[in-house]
Design a protein around this ligand. Structure first.
Ligand code: UDP
Ligand code: GLC
Length: 390
């Protein structure tokens, strides 16, 4: 176990995938470490339940106003970053390395390094894509990566490539996939799954599950459009698990309107954000992933494999690194309801093939995407970033 004292930093306390990843990493390295959050929320509670020390930065409030797509950072934004950086610098003096878990956290960590001179490790969870992030944001990130960061952990080759393609070539980058705990899926019994299904009032037909926050690029609309293409006699139903975490409420409303338009209210069920994903995953018959932009990694795909579900995932980004098409999961083109509907019918029609692929998916996920594989890799990156020996 590393002897580094780590100051983890994240701008949000909402439970997105990057934060769930941080939860496991910070819990593992909790001895002598601290997590600083720029807002209070469920992540703080979850960390504390795992025995991790957490502090909420007083300066975080004003920083929340700084938008990821803002073209030109205003004076207020610069002031907010400076305030947060000073506060982080005061904390950082007691730690060996600052581990920034989000883009905003990374910028603050780099500015704080000017005051506290601590090495900065950036865990990059996003594909730096000009369609999603402003040029200014990407430019600042890349400049700081090249000139301030000691090291970057990228959550996939795709994420690492995008950083390099944008000019981030001077910083060492380690690709470390997210690791998950396979035992989590095993705690759920068939009886738990069946009683959950009954309690939600779902039909007896094949049940599809789509897990993830509601956001246009997560493609929940594609799933609804695909369902509209599937014959009613198949009795296929869909649960959409997740909520609008980062202000995408209008997209959530659009999804409900789409369900009404296709008269699918009896077949599509919105469950909102849930803390019991493992039982819900065991409850569904097929797990679908519908992202329309390249998925940086895609925890839900691995969780579905560990839960031994047949998984249908869109190609692109980290999803293409996780899936071995036709062997461990089905792979479809993004943004294609026809492709998705075809794959769903394939899975439903051939039980034994679906079972075979689900079993292969679980074995592959255990070999490549568990915490026992990824935490030692993370530990090595932390040690190298801190200037110690790996
Ligand atoms: N998740 C959850 N509750 C929900 C929906 C999703 O806990 O209602 C979890 C899901 O199990 C996964 C994470 O949120 O671990 C989403 O991570 P992913 O990498 O798939 O996508 P992200 O949202 O980070 O882009
Ligand atoms: C981000 C990405 C997601 C990834 C997660 C954990 O939230 O959108 O694809 O799985 O981080 O690295």
């Amino acid at each position: 176990m590393t002897t580094q004292r780590i100051l983890f930093l994240d701008h949000t306390a909402v439970l997105g995938g990057a934060e769930l990843c941080l939860l496991d990493v910070a819990a593992y390295f909790r001895e002598g470490s601290l997590v600083a959050l720029m807002e209070d929320g469920p992540l703080r509670e979850a960390l504390e339940r795992r025995g991790v020390r957490v502090t909420v930065l007083a300066s975080g409030g004003s920083l929340r106003q700084v938008k990821r797509e803002s073209a030109v950072p205003g004076f207020a934004a610069v002031g907010a970053v400076l305030n947060a950086a000073r506060e982080v610098a005061r904390l950082a003096r007691d730690y060996d390395v600052v581990y920034a878990n989000s883009q905003k956290a990374f910028v603050v960590a780099c500015v704080s390094a000017a005051f506290a001179r601590r090495p900065v490790l950036w865990h990059l969870h996003d594909i730096l894509d000009k369609r999603i992030f402003s040029r200014v944001n990407i430019g600042v990130d890349v400049f700081l990566a090249n000139h301030v960061a000691s090291r970057v952990i990228a959550n996939s080759q795709a994420t690492a490539s995008a950083l390099r393609a944008n000019g981030g070539t001077r910083v060492p980058v380690d690709v470390v996939y997210n690791g998950l705990d396979p035992a989590v899926a095993d705690t759920v019994t068939a009886a738990d799954a069946a009683s959950m299904r009954a309690s939600l009032g779902l039909g007896k037909g094949p049940l599809l599950g789509l897990f993830g926050r509601l956001a246009p690029w997560k493609g929940q609309h594609v799933a609804i459009q695909a369902l509209a293409l599937i014959d009613v006699d198949t009795d296929v139903e869909l649960v959409i698990v997740g909520d609008a975490l980062f202000g995408e409420e209008s997209y959530a409303a659009e999804l409900r309107a789409l369900v009404a338009k296709y008269e699918l209210a009896k077949r599509v069920h919105f469950l909102g954000f849930r803390n019991d994903v493992p039982v819900l995953m065991r409850m569904v018959d097929v797990l679908i992933h519908t992202s329309t932009a390249p998925e940086p990694f895609g925890r839900v795909i691995v969780e579905g494999m560990l839960a031994e579900r047949p998984v249908i995932a869109t190609a692109g980004g980290g999803a293409s690194e996780i899936v071995r098409p036709g062997v461990t999961a089905w792979q479809i083109q993004p943004n294609s309801p026809v492709d998705l509907a075809t794959a769903i019918l394939d899975v439903i029609d051939d039980h034994s093939r679906a079972r075979e692929i689900a079993l292969a998916g679980r074995a592959d996920a255990i070999a490549r995407f568990t915490l026992s594989v990824t935490l030692p890799q993370t530990e090595r990156s932390i040690a190298l970033a801190a200037g110690g020996r790996a």
